[in-house]
Design a protein around this ligand. Structure first.
Ligand code: TYD
Ligand code: MG
Length: 451
């Protein structure tokens, strides 16, 4: 007889405790421990036969088989298409467009396969049909299954052998093997592990939808990241139509790739040239705005940085940043003050990356510094200039990688001048038709743009 063991598991990080606790000792979250149950089988498994490991050089490698989804931006983040037998987790806030992009992907894939399977534990087939109508998808090859039992899903999939499967969402699925409620850490993990096993055995790619929740009340995709092959996150403001699909992990391609989409009334449409889009509404001859060339994975992306510097009305100056690291902005402000002699002590500083983008790359440092100085002195920066460079604590401008790609992208969309670190400018083999300026430190750079 199997015995049922009760334990308490943190829904945010997976920590297991024998007793209930108010605060998780591992991740420090409150009220995240939930009672879960597990069957413990008596007796140990009989010993298994030992296997012979193979020397590395005798293994024959084949190129992985990829199928394109027909959505270029999605293929890009996947590393060039869906790999047979891979498990792809698509995470994101509720309502951001996960179901939409996946049904569009199935529609693309169904051109290549006999059939594909869309399993929904959240919506009824009628609701999915309504969405498909809106997206003008009318494929008899997409099979719908409203089901939450993982055993049933796997049985059905084994019988149908579809070209691809979408599980929407993992939080609604349950396996009978685990006694905990659907959405709990153990259920989510076990279901994902079973799907992974199924995908590897059958060679059918499986997309898993996972909601990200802040409270940690329902286990989020974070606890699954190590199980699956590829993790994609959907980002973007609900108030804005742009959506960014970002690769966080990819066993079959590079990470940090992004795909850019726009949510329209006919679903998600791809944006092939995001730089143009992010710069389309740029004001000209206004102080506190400039363009920085950043890299997202292998893709150069031109972004507009805006700064507003105004005298503080209350005692403490406010520093706010949207789209860039707050501490980084504080650090750059201090560098400006100390090394370029700008008086920012009694000033509120607001920094914004236009278009809801989040940039973590230090190559936009130079752009941030230039916009702050431009706003403080109320001098506009030439709209034909763009810049990139990392700033060090002694005010020096440091070289960054991929200078040529950045310059090429800028030249393509009509920029005329480039400002970068001296090292970068000296290493360039070509000027791509641009006027290139290298600066050694912050003061030189500001002088160069006339501030
Ligand atoms: P959905 O894919 O259902 O989100 P998720 O699966 O991530 O929860 O997308 C829901 C939002 O997208 C919803 O607010 C409506 C909007 N939307 C459009 O604007 N246009 C469309 O064509 C579709 C299908 C959805
Ligand atoms: Mg959905």
């Amino acid at each position: 007889m199997a015995k049922v063991k009760t334990f308490y598991q943190c829904q945010a990080c997976g920590y297991v405790s024998a007793k209930w606790l108010g605060k998780c000792p591992d991740c420090g979250e409150w009220n995240t421990l939930v009672e879960e149950k597990k069957e413990v089988r008596q007796g140990r498994n009989s010993s298994r036969a030992a296997r012979e490991p193979q020397p590395l050089n005798t293994i024959v490698s084949g190129k992985e088989k990829r199928t394109t989804t027909g959505i270029k931006e999605l293929d890009r983040v996947l590393g060039g298409g869906v790999v047979a037998g891979s498990v792809i987790l698509v995470g994101g806030d509720p309502g951001i467009g996960k179901s939409t992009v996946l049904i569009q992907a199935l529609s693309g894939l169904s051109k290549k396969y006999e059939s594909s399977l869309y399993v929904s534990g959240e919506e009824s087939p009628e609701q999915i049909k309504l969405r498909a109508e809106r997206l003008s998808i009318d494929s008899g090859k997409i099979l719908l299954l409203a089901e939450t039992s993982l055993e049933t899903i796997i049985d059905t999939a084994s019988r149908l052998e579809p070209g691809a499967i979408v599980i929407d969402s993992i939080q609604t699925m349950y396996t009978e093997e685990i006694l905990s409620a659907p959405g709990s850490v153990s259920q989510v993990r076990e279901c994902a592990a079973r799907l992974m096993f199924f995908a590897k055995k059958s060679g059918i790619p499986v997309f898993i939808v996972g909601h990200v929740t802040k409270e940690g009340a329902i286990a989020g995709p974070r606890v699954l990241e190590h199980i699956v092959d590829t993790v994609l996150y959907f980002e973007g403001d609900r108030g804005r139509p742009y959506r960014i699909l970002r690769t966080v992990k990819n066993r079959f391609g590079s990470t940090n790739e992004i795909g850019v989409f726009e949510m329209t009334d006919a679903g998600l449409s791809e944006i092939e040239n995001p730089s143009e889009l992010f710069l389309s509404e740029r004001p000209h001859n206004v102080s506190g705005s400039t363009v920085a060339a950043s890299m997202e994975g292998t893709r150069p992306l031109m972004v507009e940085i805006q700064a507003l510097v105004s005298p503080t009305t209350f005692g403490m100056p406010r520093r706010t940043s949207i789209g860039v690291d707050f501490n980084r902005v504080n650090l750059l402000t201090a560098v400006l003050e100390k090394k370029a002699g700008l008086h920012l002590g009694g000033m509120d500083i607001f920094i914004n990356i236009v278009g809801g983008l989040k940039i973590i790359e230090p190559a936009i440092d130079l752009g941030i510094i230039a916009t702050i100085a431009s706003s403080l002195r109320d001098i506009p920066i030439d709209p034909k200039i763009f810049m990139f460079g990392e700033i060090g604590l002694s005010g020096e401008i440091r070289a960054v990688a991929y200078a040529e790609q950045r310059i090429k992208e800028a030249s393509k969309i009509g920029f005329k001048k480039a400002l970068m670190s001296r090292t970068n400018s000296e290493r360039l083999k070509e000027s791509f038709g641009l006027e290139i300026t290298g600066a050694g430190n912050v003061e030189e750079a500001l002088e160069n743009i006339g501030i």
